[in-house]
Design a protein around this ligand. Structure first.
Ligand code: IMP
Ligand code: MG
Length: 174
């Protein structure tokens, strides 16, 4: 099993803090639209959403930014599945598992902004500051982590380890 980088308890505590921050910021909002980025964000989104007191709706979007080999990053992002509802005039919060180069989130924010939401912000559980290639604004960040490959709590390595309850780190080469 992968070595632990962030324990289950630490993740749960931080998710509760993020939910409290989001609740405070959206206290005056009628309905918040959470857009989870598949697949990686599904567990984070489930835990975060259940902690939120602000009225919200859950949507999903699927994109891909990596080729067959997970370690090769082309920078190109492709839409696999769009949200089902119009977001015009809505308060939208994109929920990501991890911001690595930032290309995926930058693409998504540009795409969603073009649909004229009332507000648009991003929340990510993890971010690798050393790997950032583009300047993308993330309003809520769970943890800044070093440049290591992380798995668990929704994140995978070639589809493995997604349902590990903690955030582990692995050597992708092994
Ligand atoms: P970006 O476009 O480079 O920011 O990459 C974002 C996507 O790459 C994330 O949503 C993940 O799906 C994937 N990714 C990047 N780093 C990791 C990692 O350490 N573990 C698992 N997935 C990762
Ligand atoms: Mg992802």
């Amino acid at each position: 099993m992968p070595d632990s980088l962030i324990t289950e308890t630490e993740v749960a505590a931080r998710v509760a803090e993020l939910a409290a921050e989001i609740d405070a910021d959206y206290a005056a909002t009628d309905e918040l639209i959470l857009i989870g980025v598949l697949k990686g964000s599904f567990i984070f989104l489930a835990d975060l959403a259940r902690r939120l007191e602000v009225k919200h709706r859950v949507e999903f979007i699927a994109v891909t930014s990596y080729g067959e080999s997970e370690s090769i990053h082309s920078g190109a992002v492709r839409m696999l599945m769009d949200v089902r509802h119009d977001i015009e005039d809505c308060d939208v919060l994109v929920v990501e598992d991890i911001v690595d180069s930032g290309q995926t989130l930058e693409y998504l924010m540009r795409l969603l902004a073009a649909r004229a939401p009332k507000s648009l912000h991003a929340c990510t559980l993890l971010r690798k500051p050393d790997r950032l290639e583009v300047d993308v604004d993330v309003s809520y960040v769970g943890f800044d982590i070093p440049d290591v490959w992380v798995v668990g709590y929704g994140l995978d390595w070639a589809e493995r380890f997604r349902t590990l309850p903690y955030i582990g780190q692995i050597e992708p080469q092994v």
